[in-house]
Design a protein around this ligand. Structure first.
Ligand SMILES: [Zn+2]
Length: 66
């Protein structure tokens, strides 16, 4: 079983969190409908699809309370 297969990333335009496969270089943002480059410094590594999903939920909720 591989670890750190997924990454959790933030859209640089609108700030929405989403996840991708760790090998991906770009990600399409569903909110601003634009593709952005994944900055490897700003990613959070997740060990599974479920973990990535949970992190995205948590991060997006954090954003709403700011
Ligand atoms: Zn966006």
């Amino acid at each position: 079983m591989s670890t750190n297969e997924f990454i959790v990333i933030r859209c640089p335009r609108c700030g929405k969190w989403t996840y991708a496969k760790s090998r991906q270089k770009t990600r399409f943002c569903s909110r601003c409908e634009k593709r952005f480059k994944i900055n490897p410094i700003q990613v959070i590594y997740a060990t599974s699809h479920q973990h990535a999903n949970l992190l995205v939920k948590m991060k997006n909720e954090e954003e709403m309370h700011k």
